[in-house]
Write a protein that binds this ligand. Structure first.
Ligand code: ARG
Length: 451
């Protein structure tokens, strides 16, 4: 593609070092859509005849089918997807193919392609995010009122319900989806027409090209348009955070599925056995999600590190933006699919949840609140209940069996009523708190929102 100036062929080693076709072939539908829009603008500017445009369009559609069906032969001598497609087109249709690159550079072509790729990936991730939310929501609905301990520091804290716990993840995923949408809005700008870095002396109708490709507008600085990879960095961040949420969910499920917790069981189809220990049922899918999240974060850091020292505008370093992007999209896509399927098939062991929630220490804070209602300042109430907890421990009994009146005269004979779990949950009625009514209200709200 640049033989005019060169007396030697590119060394084999450099070809192997510099090729990106082995991974950027994924851009082919976007590259073809971009080329057709570009060619149409050339025709409208009088640079191509109607017949030449028709040859280009038909040729590109044929190439698209060949790639789809696996017949197309990619060549590393042609470096990347852009040159592979252009060379195939010229081979197919001759001189008209050689006109296609007028007023265009691979620099504006590649950012057009990756923007389109990010845009369609975002739409798909958004839908998969909703799928996972639905799986969580249906478990939350089935177990809305099943009380379990809520934890801080992985120590039993206060009572919540399975429904409330699972809806926390529905909230996180909703924010991830909003971030995806926001990222979509910002990246949906057409850079085509920025040329290598300074536009072109041949002016095509950039707005018409943008419209044809479904962009919201055109970029307004050619140097920025060529150098910018913010949209990829942003998407990799959004995916890293989404992955981090999935990873925390995984960790909760791993704990729930342990003999120590026993709150949940994953299906045989979503767990693996041990080749040595016959009793094992391992939550590999959860562990893989937790593990792969490291890669997602790594991909973000890879790109930021690539960008930080680059002068404007294009530098070949930028080719390194693609593998982290493709890897993150493909990894998180599978993670969302696996998690949705696995969670839909998960079983909650309500009996084990009830046992764990039966720990009266979960209501120690409620006992302090009881004293507050009797007019005792909270700090003091906290100390009194702390003493009661210590006394129960010392006498090897539980908080609800202790004669609380021996700890403080502030305790009345009604203090024992605090230990009724149902009352305890019923009183947590403020917005966001886990009373069963609130949880059911939230389930209704999410159902309406996600349908
Ligand atoms: N494959 C290249 C990339 O992904 C396309 C742009 C090449 N531009 C250039 N000036 N060599 O970055």
């Amino acid at each position: 593609m640049w033989k005019g100036r060169f007396a030697q062929q590119t060394a084999d080693l450099l070809q192997r070092y510099g090729e990106s076709i082995s991974y950027d072939w994924r851009l082919y539908p976007h590259d073809i859509a971009g080329s057709i829009a570009h060619a149409r603008a050339q025709m409208n500017a009088g640079l191509l005849s109607e017949d030449e445009f028709a040859q280009i369009e038909t040729g590109l559609r044929e190439i698209e089918k060949e790639i789809e069906s696996g017949e197309f032969e990619f060549s590393i001598e042609l470096e990347d997807i852009h040159m592979n497609i252009e060379a195939a087109l010229t081979r197919k249709i001759g001189p008209a193919g050689a006109k296609l690159h007028t007023a265009r550079s691979r620099n504006d072509q590649v950012v057009t392609d990756t923007r389109l790729y990010c845009r369609s990936s975002i739409d798909h991730l958004f839908m998969l995010g909703t799928g996972l939310q639905r799986a969580l929501l249906s478990q939350a609905e089935n177990h809305a009122a099943v009380v379990v301990p809520g934890y801080t520091h992985l120590q039993r804290g206060q009572p919540v319900t399975i429904g409330h716990h699972l809806l926390a993840y529905v909230e996180m995923l909703e924010r991830d989806k909003l971030r995806l949408r926001d990222c979509h809005r910002r990246l949906n700008i057409c850079p085509l027409g920025s040329g290598a870095l300074a536009g072109s002396t041949i002016n095509l109708d950039r707005h018409a090209i943008a419209r044809e490709l479904g962009f919201e507008g055109v970029s307004t600085n050619s140097m920025d348009a060529i150098a910018d990879r913010d949209y990829i960095a942003e998407l990799l961040f959004v995916i890293s955070l989404l992955g981090t949420h999935l990873s925390r969910l995984s960790e909760d499920l791993i704990l729930w599925c342990s003999a120590e917790f026993g709150f949940a069981a994953l299906s045989d189809a979503h767990t693996t056995g041990s080749s040595l220990m016959p009793q094992k049922k391992n939550p590999d899918a959860c562990e893989l999600t937790r593990g792969k999240t490291g890669r997602l974060v790594g991909n973000l850091v890879t790109l930021l590190t690539t960008l930080k020292g680059l002068p404007l505008t294009y530098n070949r370093d930028l080719q390194e933006d693609k593998e982290p992007l493709f890897d993150s999209i493909e990894t998180v896509t599978l993670a969302l699919e696996v998690n949705a399927e696995m969670i839909a098939a998960m079983e909650i062991n309500e009996e084990r949840c009830r046992q764990a929630a039966g720990d009266p220490a979960l209501l120690a804070t409620d006992l302090a609140d009881y004293l507050v209602r009797k007019g005792i300042p909270f700090r003091e109430a906290h100390e009194i209940v702390g003493k009661a907890v210590a006394a129960a421990e010392k006498h090897n009994t539980s908080l609800n069996r202790l004669d609380l009146t021996t700890i403080s005269e502030a305790f009345g004979t009604d203090a024992g009523e605090v230990f009724d779990l149902e009352t305890a949950l019923r009183s947590r009625t403020n917005p966001g708190a886990p009373s069963i009514e609130n949880v059911r209200g939230e389930i209704d709200r999410w159902q309406a929102h996600l349908s």
